[in-house]
Every structure is written in C-alpha cells, then in structure tokens.
Design a protein around this ligand. Structure first.
Ligand code: HEC
Length: 128
C-alpha cells in the first residue's frame, strides 16, 4: 500500500513538474498575442486577410524576406536576401532599420528581449 501511495505521489510530482515546464511557453504566446496588437495596425497574420500597409505574416518564422508575391516591398527589402529565422526576427524587432537599412517599416522597435521572444513564439503558431 505504501509503495502504491509513493508511486502515486511520484506521478503527481511528475505531472506537476511537466505543467510547470509547459507554462512559460503558453505565457509567452499570450504575451506575444497582446504585443502583436502593436503590429496589427499594419500586419495581418493570415494570408487570407485583407491587405494592410505591411505584408501578411503567416508562416513568417522561416520565410524568405520580401517574398509575399502581391506585396509591394521597398527596394531595400526586395534586395535584403535574408531568411526570417528566429535570430533575424529578433534583431529586426529590436531595430528594423539596422537590419534592412532603408526599409519602409516605421516601427521604433521592442527594446525588451522577453517581449521579442514572446512575439516570435506567437508568430510561430501556424494559424494564430
Ligand atoms: C506602421 C506600420 C507597421 C508596423 C506598426 C509594423 N510593421 Fe512590420 N512592416 C511594415 C511594412 C510597410 C513592411 C514592409 C517593409 C519594406 O518593404 O521595407 C513591414 C515588414 C515586416 C516584416 C518583413 C516581412 C517580409 O515579408 O519580409 C516583418 C517580419 C514585420 N514587418 C514584422 C512586424 C512585427 C512583428 C511588428 C510588430 C512588432 C511590425 N512589423 C510592426 C509596416 C509595419
């Protein structure tokens, strides 16, 4: 009986631990969703949404820069020749102008690493 109780306690601890580990990611996504409100004036997340001032951001993590066919990018972005992996997005969100000088994205940047991380976590969701 004691062993059964012990293994039940052990199992409960494992379950508690797993959810503790999963929690920050979920927090990131909900913070990211809130932060995206600062982008939403200019960007849709879905390729199906009506066009805005900026290109849609569906599948942006891993996407080639300047690659939305019907969007009219700045010459700087068309020639940027980079892929929006996590590192590139992090730098871009910190300071767009220093990643693609001459870009037409008018955004001052997110100074906090945690904010950028959360926003990228949100943008990774296939269809947020
Ligand atoms: C005032 C409007 C505006 C805001 C706010 C804005 N963007 Fe942009 N964004 C643009 C424009 C315009 C472009 C196209 C830039 C170019 O062609 O040089 C762009 C381009 C991008 C690109 C490159 C897309 C591609 O297809 O290569 C990413 C990624 C991006 N924005 C993410 C964001 C995120 C995330 C936010 C919120 C933190 C944000 N933007 C806020 C207008 C905006």
């Amino acid at each position: 009986m004691k062993t059964l109780l012990n293994s039940m306690i052990a199992l409960a601890l494992v379950v508690a631990n797993t959810s503790a580990l999963a929690a920050p990611a979920q927090d990131d996504v909900s913070l990211g969703k809130r932060l995206f409100l600062r982008c939403a004036a200019c960007h849709a997340v879905s390729s199906q949404a009506p066009a805005k001032v900026g290109p849609h951001l569906q599948g942006i993590v891993g996407r080639k820069a300047g690659s939305v066919a019907r969007y009219s990018y700045s010459p700087a972005m068309r020639q940027a020749n980079l892929v929006w992996n996590q590192a590139a997005l992090d730098r871009w969100l910190q300071s767009p102008e220093s990643v693609v000088p001459g870009t037409t994205m008018g955004f001052a940047g997110l100074p906090k690493l945690g904010d950028r991380k959360a926003l990228i976590a949100y943008l990774k969701i296939p269809s947020p």
